[in-house]
Design a protein around this ligand. Structure first.
Ligand code: ZN
Length: 286
């Protein structure tokens, strides 16, 4: 039996309707502190991904700070550069830099590229190289999102996973491979500005398998997790077939235990050759 235990869509960064998980009358769901401070409202899904509407009420201020400065930053470095999916974070959208000091800024309609050295070359390739990526922390950030979205009744199944999440242990303690499907669409203004998140739970022999499906504009993350099985399940055929080329999603399977520690991303530009438009100093009238 497959049960949808969380589902939420946010369109155009609208701040309503909100979806709040847990309650702030008891202990923290992550560290179990019995008298925690819940002064700050915790985003269940990191704000840099554009989340304006989903909050976990029983994540304490300490855990919020710890996760925000630690694993969530790693996830940001692990994913595509921010201009690619153009999510509006806490301070709007950042300007990012490619090699050679080229700056890039994208909004819902345009990608703006500024060359510091005058006229760009034709067929210029911009290279984005991320800082060192901690793949263990990136994976933990996805697990943290899943646990943030859990209705209280399922938290007990995650006791071991919570200890692992907060520990310095590596992947060897997991029961299945640390994998996810990561997909992307080429940025296109015809695509919706959307955050769509679904969490499903499937009862299997000896426990349950959870699958977290997330879409942030044009990037997709399908994250399976279980504390009781060696096989990670994916539900196939969940997406609607693309009607047009721009709607096509390219998925790849990522194993976080073997994924590269640096992310390289290249953007090839096919620029018009501006030199041919220049007036010749020595016209040939022959
Ligand atoms: Zn806590």
């Amino acid at each position: 039996m497959i049960e949808t235990i969380f589902s939420h869509d946010q369109i155009d960064y609208s701040v309503s309707p909100q979806h709040c998980i847990g309650n702030s009358n008891g202990s923290c769901r992550f560290c179990f502190t019995s008298s925690p401070k819940f002064k700050n409202r915790s985003h269940s899904i990191p704000e840099f991904l554009g989340n304006k509407t989903v909050f976990t009420l029983d994540e304490c201020d300490e855990c919020n700070k710890l996760f925000g400065n630690g694993i969530e930053k790693s996830l940001k470095n692990f994913l595509m550069p921010g201009w690619f999916y153009r999510a509006k974070g806490k301070n709007g959208r950042p300007t990012e830099y490619a090699a050679g000091g080229v700056s890039i800024f994208a909004d819902d309609i345009f990608i703006n590229i500024t060359f510091p050295r005058g006229i760009p070359k034709t067929n210029e390739t911009l290279e984005f190289i991320s800082k060192e990526v901690n793949t263990l922390k990136s994976y933990k950030a996805l697990l943290k999102i899943l646990i943030s979205l859990l209705p209280n009744e399922f938290l007990l199944e995650f006791t071991d996973a919570l200890h692992w999440l907060r520990s310095g242990h590596n992947f060897s303690l997991l029961t299945h491979k640390p994998i996810a499907f990561i997909g992307n669409q080429i940025p296109d203004q015809r695509l919706p500005i959307i955050m769509a998140v679904t969490l499903q739970r499937q009862v299997i022999e000896g426990g349950a398998m959870y699958v977290l499906d997330m879409r942030f504009n044009n990037i997709y993350i399908m994250f399976p997790f279980s504390t009781s099985t060696m096989t990670a399940h994916f539900r196939l055929g969940g997406g609607t077939p693309a009607d047009a080329k721009y709607e096509e999603v390219n998925f790849s399977l990522v194993d976080f235990s073997t994924a590269p520690k640096k992310r390289k991303f290249k953007l090839s530009l096919n620029l018009p050759d501006l030199s041919t438009n220049e007036c010749s100093q020595d016209p040939d009238y022959s």
